[in-house]
Design a protein around this ligand. Structure first.
Ligand SMILES: Nc1ncnc2c1ncn2[C@@H]1O[C@H](COP(=O)(O)OP(=O)(O)OP(=O)(O)O)[C@@H](O)[C@H]1O
Ligand SMILES: [Mg+2]
Length: 448
């Protein structure tokens, strides 16, 4: 397999098996080498260093014991010599020797997994060459060794564990674990702080992308992350300026045209009645409606303040404004449900959604409910609906879908864009879904 393919495969493998988030990934990248290094170091230290130290300690203990036994035998076992040997053993050598008579006890069963026992037994066997009895059960405090010397004399060593065995291993292990945990804790805190600016940037970009307010976003963190944040803010300002220029232009053009249109209407009124004049008047009305829509879009919701309003009344007004007088529109809104909204803007939202339903379908139903401080209002219709793939497009200003173009030519394609703007100005959102009635369902959700 060529090198590149191998590398790609490795990358794909990592991509598949690494956790998704940046934080766990960074943590793995940081922690994995530390753990590996610690493991290798621990293994090496225990295997080489402690094994060696323990072996040397055990050997020196065995040699000391062997030396004392030899001295005793060569001296012939007289009281003066015995006294001297006891002094040597308990003073200089610190072996905890008592000398008595008797037999060696029955050998103890081999303790499981005791390296100290195995090692001591081996060294004593090699370096002393005499019958002995050993009990390492009291390690690390004491080790109990008895040696049979001559004519029933038994040397009884009750020696401190540290004299025969490297005892600090457990402590060292604990120290290593504790220091690793400490380092890890610092790493986690540090990493979290490094990653937060990135997640902040991501969520700011996402909010901006869906047309919401970016909120307070301040670039911070490492130099590169900060630069990305600043670039994002620049981009946002540029886009905002562009949009503003466009809407200002649209507002200007609409406004100027409206003035001329008013003059036009006056001139038409002077012309009197007649079928041709009637048609002209209808066209002028149509143009007027379109210009009003452009202006409404360009102006946004114009700084109107939110206030309590009765939802039933708002919906009723909107249904009347769409010109059906409630005929094919079934309204199911709880009686006396007060909501805090920007009244004119919210009214326009309702008119746009119900107006669409009435225009593109035959029967329409509007329902509303409040749960967990969230108003959910749905507008269902039995019309052609909008295919899921085109729903996002339908919200874009000036976009009219093909079915609407064929149906009538009066729309501007601004209705949904304006409605979405208004919902978002309320901190809410609009979703388009399939309606159980067969057509489109628009779901408005607004915190109240
Ligand atoms: N209830 C619906 N059923 C089917 N299609 C719809 C419905 N509502 C909207 N659409 C489609 O989405 C497009 C965009 O709707 P939008 O309200 O923004 O514009 P419009 O209705 O065409 O014009 P305007 O509302 O400005 O007069 C419409 O042209 C239409 O194709
Ligand atoms: Mg519309």
């Amino acid at each position: 397999m060529p090198r590149n393919r191998l590398y790609d495969c490795f990358n794909a493998f990592l991509e598949r098996h690494m956790p998704e988030g940046l934080f766990p990934r960074a943590l793995i990248i940081l922690v994995a080498p530390v753990v590996l290094l610690q493991t290798i170091m621990t293994g090496l230290i225990f295997d080489r260093h402690f094994e060696n130290v323990s072996k040397l300690l055990a050997r020196s203990f065995a040699r000391d014991v062997s030396l004392l036994v030899q001295l005793y035998e060569e001296s012939g076992g007289g009281p003066a010599a015995t006294q001297r040997i006891l002094e040597l053993a308990n003073g200089t050598l610190g072996l905890g020797l008592t000398i008595g008579r008797g037999e060696l006890p029955e050998p103890l069963p081999d303790p499981l997994f005791s390296r100290a026992d195995t090692r001591l037994t081996r060294e004593l066997t090699v370096h002393m060459g005499r019958e002995f009895w050993i009990d390492t059960g009291k390690l690390p405090e004491f080790v109990d060794v008895r040696v049979k010397v001559a004519d029933g004399v038994v040397f009884h060593f009750l020696t401190r564990g540290e004299r025969t065995f490297a005892t600090s291993t457990g402590f060292l292990l604990l120290l290593m674990l504790l220091s690793s945990a400490f380092l890890l804790a610092i790493a986690i805190v540090f990493l979290r702080n490094q990653i937060r600016p990135i997640t902040d940037l991501a969520s700011a970009a996402q909010r901006f992308g869906t047309g919401r307010d970016v909120g307070v976003f301040k670039p911070r963190g490492a130099r590169e992350v900060k630069a990305a944040g600043e670039a994002f803010l620049d981009m946002r300002d540029r886009i905002a300026r562009q949009v503003e220029q466009r809407t200002t232009m649209l507002a200007g053009v609409s406004h100027d045209l409206r003035t001329i249109l008013t003059r036009f209407r006056l001139e038409l009124a002077v012309l009197g009645d007649g079928p041709k004049v009637q048609l002209l008047k209808e066209d002028v009305d149509e143009m007027q409606r379109m210009l009003e829509a452009y202006l409404a879009f360009a102006k946004g919701d114009g700084g109107e303040a939110a206030q309590e309003a009765d939802l039933g009344t708002l919906v009723g007004n909107a249904v009347r404004a769409t010109g059906r007088g409630g005929g094919n529109v079934a309204v199911a809104v709880p009686e006396g449900l007060a909501v805090r909204v920007i009244p004119n803007a919210f009214g326009r939202l309702l008119v746009n959604l119900i107006g669409n339903a009435v225009r593109y379908a035959n029967t329409v139903s509007v329902t509303a409910s409040v749960a967990d401080h969230m108003l959910t209002l749905t507008v269902d219709d039995d019309g052609p609906g909008i295919p899921a793939a085109k729903r996002a497009d339908a919200f874009r200003p000036f976009v009219r879908l093909d079915n609407a173009r064929n149906l009538d030519e009066t729309g501007t394609g601004l209705g949904l864009a304006i409605a979405l703007d208004i919902a978002r100005a309320h901190g809410g959102d609009i979703r388009l879904e399939d309606s159980p009635k067969g057509g489109l369902r628009a779901v408005v959700q607004i915190p109240v």
